[in-house]
Design a protein around this ligand. Structure first.
Ligand code: GLN
Length: 407
């Protein structure tokens, strides 16, 4: 399809994540479309994942104090030393990873810029990059921007939860595999990759001498007895892995855009070289505020405990409404199959959901390559966020309970 407008790499970006309309125009991201729909219709927004309660006041006050103290000019391109040290201490304390904060930690404008800079720095046209499928849209968009080819390894629903298809992952690898991008805990499915799944990915990476970029922004938000395991801690992986995370989800400040990338000095040098020409630097007064709270595991622990209860509320509500639910072990999200309710097309359902039930959700197919087998098999799936106050979720579930009757 020809896109209307000047030719350029933006067109492959649009195609990679299905933002092209039949008339050749280009749409905004599915998150933007669905949030606008919620505003327009007054529906409850369970689409875009952002908390409706901010993080701690003390952290806000620290940012205010930093502004008043004059931390308003460029921060160093690498990030302020206190934050790089806090990130290194966090990785050591939680995962036993030892990092040199001077050369192995880079602060970025949210995880998004860290992922973008990693891909643009290390992937060339003609390379193949393996992502999971469904995938977070940024992963596919940046692979397209780099002129590389995306190959996917599906996560498939099995016994009420999504698991990596390890055989498909192995089949996706080739001598041209330059990078593997993973995401755990996983948006949109809420899967937390198991040690066996991570070992399978690590084996492919070692065999193909591929770099791994791992998007771990929901690292603290895991439920029940599930543990998050960074792939960089597996044998032979430290030297080939860029671990990307951020403070947005952990401390409920998604708009502050304070993220980071950790990895061996040679990979970080490559990423820094590109990153300094993207934003150069951002968030000067927010960096000290996050540096001050990153040692506090109680805030994310309390959030995870409360989210686990809200996950249950939404899983129960969706099941009662007639959806087939895949129970998430982490993240902000639950995915559910609407085919049991007679809806085969998640995009169509999400566009009509405000009118049918006064609720907004996001179709899972938006996280798939348009037309791929995974896209096809997950067409009737939709994603709901549960990072909203309980009363809002209860009202959302009450509204959805009448959906079957309105089919
Ligand atoms: N991470 C958010 C989500 O998955 C979306 C962020 C965005 O709007 N790009 O809902």
């Amino acid at each position: 399809m020809t896109l209307v407008g000047p030719s350029g790499p933006w067109q492959s970006v649009a195609r990679s994540v299905g933002l092209t309309a039949p008339d050749g125009t280009v749409a905004a991201t599915i998150f933007a479309e669905m949030s606008a729909l919620a505003v327009r219709t007054g529906a409850i927004n369970l689409g875009q994942g952002f908390p409706d309660v901010d993080g701690p006041d003390s952290v806000k006050e620290a940012a205010v104090a930093a502004i008043r103290a004059g931390r308003n000019q460029y921060a160093p391109g690498d990030g302020i030393p206190e934050l790089r040290e806090a990130v290194a201490a966090h990785q050591q304390r939680r995962y036993g990873m030892t990092l040199d904060p001077a050369t192995e930690v880079l602060v970025s404008t949210g995880a998004t810029e860290g992922i973008a800079a990693s891909i643009l720095a290390l992937v060339s046209p003609g390379d193949e990059v393996i992502t999971l499928e469904p995938f977070y849209d940024v992963h596919a968009a940046c692979v397209a921007l780099a002129g590389a080819t995306q190959v996917t390894a599906p996560l498939v629903p099995r016994d009420g939860a999504f698991r990596l298809d390890v055989a498909a992952l192995r089949a996706a690898a080739s001598p041209r595999t330059r990078m593997i991008i993973l995401n755990t805990p996983h948006n949109p499915t809420g899967a937390v990759l198991t040690r066996a799944e991570l070992e399978a990915i690590a084996a492919v990476a070692r065999e193909r001498d591929a770099i791994v970029v791992t998007d771990e922004v929901y690292e603290h938000l895991v439920f029940d007895d599930v543990a998050h395991l960074p792939i960089a801690t597996l044998p032979g992986m430290r030297e080939r892995t860029l671990t990307v995370s951020s403070s947005g989800k952990t401390f409920s400040f998604t708009g502050w855009k304070i993220g980071w990338v950790c990895g061996p000095a040679d990979l970080i040098t490559a990423v820094r070289t590109v990153k300094q020409f993207l934003t150069f630097t951002s968030g000067a007064p927010f960096q000290p505020a996050i540096a001050g709270v990153l040692g506090d595991d109680d805030v994310p622990r309390a959030l995870a405990a409360s989210l686990a209860g809200r996950r249950d509320l939404v899983c129960d509500g969706l099941t009662a409404a007639g959806f087939d639910v895949a129970v998430p072990a982490g993240t902000y999200f639950v995915t559910a199959d609407a085919s049991s309710l007679g809806f085969d097309d998640g995009v169509d359902l999400c566009r009509r959901l405000p009118e049918l039930a006064g609720v907004v959700a996001v179709p899972v197919s938006a996280f798939c390559t348009p037309g791929s087998p995974t896209w096809e098999s997950l067409r009737s799936w939709v994603r709901f966020t549960f990072v909203k106050e309980r009363a809002t979720l209860e009202e959302g579930m009450r509204r959805l309970s009448g959906l079957r009757a309105r089919r």
